[in-house]
Design a protein around this ligand. Structure first.
Ligand SMILES: Cc1cc2nc3c(=O)[nH]c(=O)nc-3n(C[C@H](O)[C@H](O)[C@H](O)COP(=O)(O)OP(=O)(O)OC[C@H]3O[C@@H](n4cnc5c(N)ncnc54)[C@H](O)[C@@H]3O)c2cc1C
Ligand code: SF4
Length: 571
């Protein structure tokens, strides 16, 4: 029997008072901490008699080191960082300024360059970065301010008093696979905070808890997601210039799936390439890691990578839903920022600048709350007003219907995108409806047995070991490591559904959509279908795809013991 992770009950936990706890040290969380520090410094120099302290402001980050769990493309739109740190170019790790961009439509053997790059994919003035390095740099700035970043500590649950969020419980450490305390057991802390700011990235686990508890998704479009599978390559010189940006649409996806690829030239002959597959595909056998492998067999991509070496691998989800999917972002004692709220422009494949800006606006709201000693819903709702009157809304409003327009396939999507571009994002109606992506998944009985046009995207990639790779080879390059002796952090609320229904109805799609081989159906003659779900949690790269894409919605990702996870060096 699999034992699943949950905070231990009936134990004494250390209590720690806090003014502000920021859960998640990605670009949004780090920007929030930095802005808060700037405001406190300015206040303290103007008001020597009423000093505010930074001592009780904490950032919790589940990775062992800052930035280790951060993965992105990445192109940085510098708009927000130049507001936060006007001198950022002096020492930020910027790999190259974008000098050239192109968008191609691919068929199996050819490519067609779009004569005009759509405005949302024009990247002159942006920078190629490694988000992992960029966040490390932001983290070092936060540490210089005196704000404490607790690395290796995950927020494992929110603390409530009625309708008020009163703090965060951190992960229990030193629990064995059976759920018993080991000799190194350390209970999680209860951080009793005036303000909790959730900056957990896409599909945050505490954010999910909050959204469910207060029914925050009501009246919103369901959030939809894509999963990006990324590889870093070292290629022979001269293949792609630093700062050269290529986007592709079309093959290997068919017109039924949503997604596309990016190829960014960085310095030192490093190429970032990846494929984002919309988590709203129909065939349960589709495997996003295989989609990337297939993409690399296109002659155009093969030529670029030939003679090169894959050096890193990773995967992460991203929220696609846009403006209409964003829940209320503030309430009694809490705010939500960055990808956790859904501040991502899917048309531009960009969210770093929106994450940073939302973090800054949340910091301004938290600063006011600290000054007034009032973190009530009324006080923190100023965050929503700040978002509404900022360039975040201005940017996202123009693309508010973009992903929904593709719900009926690529051609309909292009038609709607065209209409939306000439009508300020409106298209055929002000708010297009959306459906949760997992609801589009069909049962095995409803898809062609031979896979039809999707056949090359289905099932595990074999890989030739040079250009293409099977999942385990790829996974090795993610540097993922967890304490092995701990309960499973992938919670399946009813494993009978996996063994008795899913295996028959959907063919266990978790084996396909998980980019890290965490889920396996193993032989078990004792089960009605001869198979039983088995987990390899220590492979997990924290992409959250299983939490999003499980057709029965019985999977919940919770943070493992703090410190475990991928090691995204340079991603
Ligand atoms: C494949 C891909 C390509 C992308 N390309 C681009 C691009 O080119 N340009 C661009 O602007 N954007 C891009 N994005 C989007 C961009 O990466 C995100 O919008 C941005 O990283 C969001 O920042 P964040 O701080 O909200 O979340 P994240 O970057 O996800 O950071 C969240 C942090 O919180 C930590 N955390 C999560 N839960 C907990 C917890 N419970 N306790 C403690 N710590 C926790 C995580 O470990 C992580 O460090 C891309 C995204 C993907 C997936
Ligand atoms: S188990 Fe879930 S979160 Fe972990 S790598 Fe697989 S799909 Fe992603």
């Amino acid at each position: 029997m699999i034992v699943f992770r949950k905070p231990l009950e009936g134990i004494e936990r250390p209590q720690m008072p806090a003014d502000v706890v920021i859960v998640g040290g990605g670009p949004a969380g780090m920007a929030c901490a930095l802005r808060l520090s700037q405001l406190i410094d300015a206040h303290n120099s103007e008001h020597p008699d009423s000093q505010l302290s930074k001592e009780n402001i904490y950032v919790l980050e589940k990775a062992r080191e800052i930035g280790q769990h951060c993965l992105s493309g990445a192109l940085l739109d510098p708009r927000a960082i130049s507001e936060l740190l006007p001198d950022f170019k002096k020492d930020a790790p910027l790999d190259a300024e974008v000098t050239k961009e192109a968008v191609y439509f691919l068929t199996k053997a050819s490519r067609f360059k779009l004569p005009i790059t759509p405005p949302f994919l024009r990247d002159h003035g942006n920078y190629v970065i490694s988000l992992n390095k960029f966040v490390k740099w932001m983290g070092s700035k936060v540490e210089e301010t005196g704000i404490t970043i607790f690395t290796g500590f995950a927020g494992s649950e929110l603390l409530f008093d009625g309708d008020r969020v009163t703090g965060v419980r951190t992960d229990d450490k030193g629990i064995d696979k059976e759920g018993h305390q080991k000799s190194n057991f350390e209970p999680g802390y209860d951080l009793q905070a005036k303000v909790v700011i959730l900056a957990e990235g896409p599909r945050g686990s505490l954010t999910k808890q909050l959204i469910e508890k207060f029914d925050l998704a009501k009246d919103r479009n369901p959030q939809t997601y894509g999963v990006g599978i990324k590889e870093l390559w070292e290629v022979p010189s001269g293949r792609i210039a630093p700062g050269e940006v290529i986007y592709t649409m079309g093959w290997p996806l068919t017109t039924h799936e949503y997604g596309g690829a990016w190829i960014y030239g960085s310095k030192e002959n490093i190429v970032s390439l990846g494929f984002v597959t919309g988590l709203d595909y129909e065939d349960p056998r589709l495997d996003p890691q295989r989609v990337l492998q297939q993409f690399k067999t296109h002659p155009f991509v093969t030529k670029l990578l030939e003679g090169g070496k894959m050096i890193r691998y990773g995967a992460k989800s991203m929220p696609y839903g846009g403006w209409w999917s964003i829940p209320p972002v503030a309430g009694n004692g809490w705010m939500i920022i960055g990808d956790s709220a859904g501040f991502l422009n899917s048309a531009r494949l960009k969210g770093i600048h929106l994450g940073i800006k939302s973090g800054m606006l949340a910091a301004e709201t938290a600063f006011e709350a600290l000054k007034k000693d009032d973190a009530s819903a009324a006080s923190l709702s100023n965050f929503q007003s700040r978002i509404n009157s900022s360039w975040i809304k201005e940017e996202l409003w123009k693309y508010r219907n973009i992903h929904q327009g593709f719900e009926k396939g690529m051609f309909a999507g292009m038609f709607h995108t065209g209409l939306q571009m000439i009508s300020g994002g409106r298209g055929l109606s002000d708010r297009y409806a959306a459906h949760a992506g997992y609801q589009r998944m069909r049962k095995l009985s409803q898809v062609p047995a031979d896979g039809g046009p999707e056949a090359p995207l289905l099932g595990p990639a074999k890989g030739d070991g040079k250009l293409t790779f099977d999942k385990l080879t790829d996974l090795y390059h993610s540097g993922t490591k967890h304490e092995e002796d701990q309960p499973a952090h992938l919670i399946i609320h009813d494993t009978n559904v996996c063994n008795e229904r899913c295996v028959k109805e959907y063919g266990s799609p978790c084996q396909n959509f998980c980019p890290a081989n965490v889920y396996e159906m193993v032989d078990d003659p004792g089960q009605p279908n001869g198979k039983r779900i088995s987990l390899n949690p220590s492979n997990c790269v924290h992409c959250k795809t299983c939490d999003i894409q499980d057709p029965y919605q019985i999977s919940t990702w919770v943070p493992p013991e703090g410190g475990g996870g991928p090691n995204y060096d340079g991603m």
